[in-house]
Design a protein around this ligand. Sequence first.
Ligand code: SAH
Length: 246
Amino acid sequence: MKERPSFPARMPASVSAKIAKPSAVLNLPQGLGMDSSAVRRRMVEKLMAQGLSDLLVQQAMGEVERHRFVDSGLANQAYEDTSLPIGLGQTISKPSVVARMIELLRKGVDGRLGRVLEIGTGCGYQAAVLSQLATEVYSIERLRGLHDKARENLRPLRLATVHLLFGDGMLGFAAGAPYAAIIAAAGGEAIPQAWIDQLAVGGRLIAPVVGRANGQSLVVLDKTAQGVRQTVLEAVHFVPLKSGVA
Ligand code: SAH
């Protein structure tokens, strides 16, 4: 008679190796187990090498688990500096662009930003990063499917200060105004007047805007008591800002 295995049964190493480890389920680089913080730390180090100097932004980028915001099949690319598809023809922004834009928003601000308006929630990743750095985040998405997806992605994080809104972000969200900062993740022909109106005096807005040569550039707009001042920065590639909902 065959001897029954003692309990708990030990699996031969060759068998246990074939059973998916959490890191394999997430498709994360091997050797990280359930903890992806080491990959994120490496991502932040690369962002720092590219010029990210704001300590609070570094911390926020190191904190938010980007792999939770993309399909599991893409999770192994989540910490590369690349945009990735999130469905309905939209993309999650590159980590370097998220970090750069938030660093620009925070320039000259000590501590947390006040209320922030984000146009283009997408999968909710940037809203989660913003929640680490702002007292309140209002984020608008015009595509119902992505608004729902962001809600699902953010639910386990229980971020009480993030408010997801379904609607046309070109109109802003007047009920939450004035905003200390406004950030757009989609590029239009011009900055909608509603955003400028809803920005607090002393506030800053950052958005990709299509320029004359048809490419987009990052535009920073500062609203002061004397008026608005716009600065055109580097070329960027965002999905188009569209009006209406779908
Ligand atoms: N913030 C996301 C980026 C999503 S891509 C991230 O964390 O990666 C930009 C999003 O802007 C898309 O989901 C697109 O549907 C949305 N968008 C485009 N025009 C919009 C509008 N007028 N109002 C709200 N969302 C808009």
